[in-house]
Write a protein of this length. Structure first.
Length: 248
Protein backbone atom coordinates (compact mmCIF):
# COMPACT_ATOMS: atom_id res chain seq x y z
CA UNK A 1 0.00 0.00 0.00
CA UNK A 2 2.81 2.33 0.81
CA UNK A 3 4.42 1.68 -2.53
CA UNK A 4 1.19 2.28 -4.39
CA UNK A 5 0.63 5.55 -2.49
CA UNK A 6 4.12 6.71 -3.37
CA UNK A 7 3.53 6.07 -7.05
CA UNK A 8 0.15 7.80 -6.90
CA UNK A 9 1.38 10.94 -5.10
CA UNK A 10 4.86 11.32 -6.55
CA UNK A 11 4.21 10.16 -10.11
CA UNK A 12 2.13 13.09 -11.50
CA UNK A 13 4.19 15.81 -9.75
CA UNK A 14 7.12 15.79 -12.20
CA UNK A 15 4.68 15.93 -15.10
CA UNK A 16 3.01 19.00 -13.59
CA UNK A 17 6.39 20.67 -13.15
CA UNK A 18 7.35 19.83 -16.71
CA UNK A 19 4.05 21.24 -17.96
CA UNK A 20 4.56 24.46 -15.98
CA UNK A 21 8.08 24.89 -17.34
CA UNK A 22 6.81 24.20 -20.86
CA UNK A 23 4.09 26.83 -20.65
CA UNK A 24 6.46 29.37 -19.08
CA UNK A 25 8.86 28.82 -21.95
CA UNK A 26 6.00 29.08 -24.44
CA UNK A 27 4.83 32.41 -22.96
CA UNK A 28 8.41 33.70 -22.95
CA UNK A 29 8.83 32.87 -26.63
CA UNK A 30 5.45 34.44 -27.43
CA UNK A 31 6.45 37.61 -25.60
CA UNK A 32 9.77 37.85 -27.42
CA UNK A 33 8.03 37.30 -30.76
CA UNK A 34 5.50 40.04 -29.93
CA UNK A 35 8.28 42.47 -29.00
CA UNK A 36 10.24 41.63 -32.16
CA UNK A 37 7.12 42.08 -34.27
CA UNK A 38 6.43 45.49 -32.70
CA UNK A 39 10.00 46.61 -33.33
CA UNK A 40 9.82 45.34 -36.92
CA UNK A 41 6.50 47.09 -37.59
CA UNK A 42 7.77 50.37 -36.09
CA UNK A 43 11.02 50.19 -38.03
CA UNK A 44 9.17 49.37 -41.23
CA UNK A 45 6.78 52.31 -40.74
CA UNK A 46 9.67 54.69 -40.02
CA UNK A 47 11.63 53.48 -43.05
CA UNK A 48 8.54 53.71 -45.27
CA UNK A 49 7.86 57.27 -44.13
CA UNK A 50 11.49 58.24 -44.74
CA UNK A 51 11.41 56.77 -48.24
CA UNK A 52 8.08 58.43 -49.09
CA UNK A 53 9.36 61.84 -48.00
CA UNK A 54 12.58 61.43 -49.97
CA UNK A 55 10.70 60.16 -53.02
CA UNK A 56 8.34 63.15 -52.90
CA UNK A 57 11.25 65.56 -52.70
CA UNK A 58 12.94 63.86 -55.65
CA UNK A 59 9.77 64.03 -57.76
CA UNK A 60 9.25 67.69 -56.95
CA UNK A 61 12.73 68.33 -58.31
CA UNK A 62 12.17 66.18 -61.39
CA UNK A 63 14.76 63.61 -60.32
CA UNK A 64 14.64 59.84 -60.74
CA UNK A 65 13.59 57.73 -57.76
CA UNK A 66 15.33 54.48 -56.88
CA UNK A 67 16.07 52.36 -53.82
CA UNK A 68 19.83 52.72 -54.41
CA UNK A 69 19.51 56.49 -54.49
CA UNK A 70 17.55 56.48 -51.24
CA UNK A 71 20.13 54.28 -49.50
CA UNK A 72 22.99 56.50 -50.67
CA UNK A 73 21.10 59.58 -49.49
CA UNK A 74 20.52 58.11 -46.03
CA UNK A 75 24.17 57.06 -45.67
CA UNK A 76 25.39 60.50 -46.76
CA UNK A 77 22.95 62.20 -44.37
CA UNK A 78 24.11 59.97 -41.50
CA UNK A 79 27.77 60.73 -42.17
CA UNK A 80 27.05 64.44 -42.47
CA UNK A 81 25.21 64.48 -39.14
CA UNK A 82 28.07 62.66 -37.43
CA UNK A 83 30.51 65.33 -38.61
CA UNK A 84 28.42 68.32 -37.61
CA UNK A 85 29.85 70.40 -34.74
CA UNK A 86 27.84 71.12 -31.63
CA UNK A 87 25.29 73.78 -32.46
CA UNK A 88 25.64 77.17 -30.79
CA UNK A 89 22.69 79.41 -29.95
CA UNK A 90 21.82 81.81 -32.74
CA UNK A 91 19.63 84.85 -32.90
CA UNK A 92 16.38 84.06 -34.67
CA UNK A 93 16.34 85.44 -38.18
CA UNK A 94 13.45 86.29 -40.39
CA UNK A 95 12.78 83.62 -43.01
CA UNK A 96 13.24 84.79 -46.58
CA UNK A 97 10.24 85.06 -48.87
CA UNK A 98 9.70 82.22 -51.37
CA UNK A 99 11.53 82.55 -54.65
CA UNK A 100 9.31 82.06 -57.75
CA UNK A 101 10.12 78.76 -59.46
CA UNK A 102 11.67 78.67 -62.94
CA UNK A 103 9.67 77.60 -65.98
CA UNK A 104 9.19 73.83 -65.70
CA UNK A 105 9.93 71.26 -68.37
CA UNK A 106 6.99 69.30 -69.83
CA UNK A 107 5.86 66.47 -67.53
CA UNK A 108 8.12 67.64 -64.72
CA UNK A 109 6.67 67.63 -61.20
CA UNK A 110 5.92 71.18 -60.10
CA UNK A 111 4.06 70.67 -56.83
CA UNK A 112 1.51 68.91 -54.69
CA UNK A 113 -2.19 69.84 -54.57
CA UNK A 114 -4.06 69.21 -51.32
CA UNK A 115 -7.70 69.73 -50.33
CA UNK A 116 -7.89 68.47 -46.74
CA UNK A 117 -11.68 68.31 -46.39
CA UNK A 118 -11.94 66.12 -49.48
CA UNK A 119 -8.87 64.09 -48.46
CA UNK A 120 -7.20 64.93 -51.77
CA UNK A 121 -3.41 64.87 -52.08
CA UNK A 122 -2.24 64.82 -55.69
CA UNK A 123 0.99 65.43 -57.54
CA UNK A 124 0.92 68.10 -60.26
CA UNK A 125 2.91 67.85 -63.49
CA UNK A 126 3.52 70.38 -66.21
CA UNK A 127 1.20 70.10 -69.21
CA UNK A 128 -2.28 68.86 -70.06
CA UNK A 129 -1.35 66.19 -72.60
CA UNK A 130 -2.82 62.70 -72.40
CA UNK A 131 0.44 61.49 -70.86
CA UNK A 132 0.38 64.17 -68.16
CA UNK A 133 -3.30 63.78 -67.27
CA UNK A 134 -3.00 60.02 -67.27
CA UNK A 135 -0.72 60.06 -64.24
CA UNK A 136 -1.37 63.32 -62.43
CA UNK A 137 -3.07 66.68 -62.26
CA UNK A 138 -1.84 68.88 -65.11
CA UNK A 139 -0.76 72.50 -65.00
CA UNK A 140 -2.07 74.52 -67.95
CA UNK A 141 1.16 75.89 -69.49
CA UNK A 142 -0.35 79.21 -70.60
CA UNK A 143 -1.25 80.14 -67.02
CA UNK A 144 0.80 81.33 -64.05
CA UNK A 145 2.84 79.09 -61.79
CA UNK A 146 2.41 79.10 -58.01
CA UNK A 147 4.45 81.97 -56.65
CA UNK A 148 3.90 84.20 -59.65
CA UNK A 149 1.24 86.82 -60.24
CA UNK A 150 -1.82 85.65 -62.11
CA UNK A 151 -4.15 82.70 -62.33
CA UNK A 152 -2.76 79.19 -61.69
CA UNK A 153 -4.90 76.73 -63.69
CA UNK A 154 -4.84 73.00 -62.99
CA UNK A 155 -6.81 70.36 -64.87
CA UNK A 156 -7.53 66.65 -64.38
CA UNK A 157 -9.96 63.97 -65.51
CA UNK A 158 -13.42 63.90 -63.92
CA UNK A 159 -13.41 60.10 -63.58
CA UNK A 160 -10.05 59.86 -61.79
CA UNK A 161 -8.13 62.54 -59.89
CA UNK A 162 -10.76 65.29 -59.88
CA UNK A 163 -13.84 63.19 -59.18
CA UNK A 164 -13.90 64.33 -55.50
CA UNK A 165 -14.40 67.91 -56.73
CA UNK A 166 -18.10 67.14 -57.09
CA UNK A 167 -18.28 67.60 -53.30
CA UNK A 168 -16.28 70.80 -53.03
CA UNK A 169 -17.79 73.83 -51.28
CA UNK A 170 -17.17 77.54 -51.09
CA UNK A 171 -14.69 78.32 -48.36
CA UNK A 172 -12.78 75.05 -48.72
CA UNK A 173 -9.04 75.54 -48.31
CA UNK A 174 -6.71 74.37 -51.08
CA UNK A 175 -2.93 74.16 -50.70
CA UNK A 176 -0.35 74.01 -53.46
CA UNK A 177 3.12 73.13 -52.22
CA UNK A 178 6.27 73.50 -54.27
CA UNK A 179 9.93 73.30 -53.32
CA UNK A 180 10.11 77.08 -53.12
CA UNK A 181 6.87 77.89 -51.33
CA UNK A 182 3.52 76.76 -49.99
CA UNK A 183 0.42 78.62 -51.16
CA UNK A 184 -3.04 78.50 -49.55
CA UNK A 185 -6.28 79.39 -51.33
CA UNK A 186 -9.95 79.59 -50.34
CA UNK A 187 -12.68 78.58 -52.80
CA UNK A 188 -14.86 81.56 -53.74
CA UNK A 189 -16.56 80.40 -56.93
CA UNK A 190 -17.95 77.15 -58.38
CA UNK A 191 -19.43 77.26 -61.85
CA UNK A 192 -20.27 75.18 -64.91
CA UNK A 193 -19.25 76.60 -68.29
CA UNK A 194 -18.89 75.62 -71.93
CA UNK A 195 -15.42 74.69 -73.21
CA UNK A 196 -15.35 77.87 -75.26
CA UNK A 197 -15.66 80.01 -72.12
CA UNK A 198 -11.95 80.55 -71.58
CA UNK A 199 -12.34 83.69 -69.50
CA UNK A 200 -12.07 81.53 -66.38
CA UNK A 201 -8.35 81.38 -67.17
CA UNK A 202 -7.94 85.15 -67.24
CA UNK A 203 -5.63 86.63 -64.64
CA UNK A 204 -6.88 89.08 -62.04
CA UNK A 205 -5.21 91.57 -59.75
CA UNK A 206 -5.21 89.00 -56.95
CA UNK A 207 -3.34 85.66 -57.11
CA UNK A 208 -5.85 82.94 -57.98
CA UNK A 209 -6.11 79.20 -58.45
CA UNK A 210 -8.49 77.56 -60.93
CA UNK A 211 -9.33 73.85 -61.04
CA UNK A 212 -10.94 72.52 -64.21
CA UNK A 213 -12.50 69.18 -65.12
CA UNK A 214 -15.17 67.87 -67.47
CA UNK A 215 -18.86 67.90 -66.50
CA UNK A 216 -21.22 66.13 -65.76
CA UNK A 217 -19.08 63.86 -63.61
CA UNK A 218 -21.01 60.69 -64.51
CA UNK A 219 -21.65 61.52 -68.15
CA UNK A 220 -21.15 58.60 -70.54
CA UNK A 221 -18.80 59.60 -73.33
CA UNK A 222 -17.14 62.96 -73.89
CA UNK A 223 -18.68 65.35 -71.35
CA UNK A 224 -19.96 68.55 -73.00
CA UNK A 225 -19.27 71.09 -70.24
CA UNK A 226 -16.57 72.11 -67.78
CA UNK A 227 -16.68 72.19 -63.98
CA UNK A 228 -14.64 75.15 -62.74
CA UNK A 229 -13.50 75.87 -59.18
CA UNK A 230 -11.87 79.22 -58.50
CA UNK A 231 -10.05 80.19 -55.33
CA UNK A 232 -8.18 83.24 -54.08
CA UNK A 233 -4.84 83.13 -52.32
CA UNK A 234 -4.92 83.58 -48.56
CA UNK A 235 -2.24 85.96 -47.35
CA UNK A 236 1.42 85.84 -48.34
CA UNK A 237 3.07 82.63 -49.43
CA UNK A 238 4.93 80.55 -46.87
CA UNK A 239 8.39 79.13 -47.55
CA UNK A 240 8.37 75.38 -48.01
CA UNK A 241 9.79 73.44 -45.10
CA UNK A 242 12.24 71.21 -46.95
CA UNK A 243 12.91 69.19 -43.85
CA UNK A 244 9.33 67.96 -44.04
CA UNK A 245 10.10 66.27 -47.36
CA UNK A 246 13.68 65.31 -46.44
CA UNK A 247 15.11 67.22 -49.39
CA UNK A 248 18.45 67.87 -47.72
Amino acid sequence: MRTVRTEFVDGPAPRRRHARVYFEFLFLVAGLVAIDYYIWVSARATLSQAYDHWSFAQQLQGRAVSIDGFVRHEIDALLARSKQPVATPRVAQRRPAPVPPPAPEPLSVIGKLEIPRLKMSLMVREGVTDEALGSSVGHVPSTALPGRAGNVALAAHRDTFFRPLRNIRKGDVITVQTLTGSYRYAVNSIQIVWPSDTQVLNASNHPELTLITCYPFYYVGSAPKRFVVQARQLGPAMPSDRSSVRAD
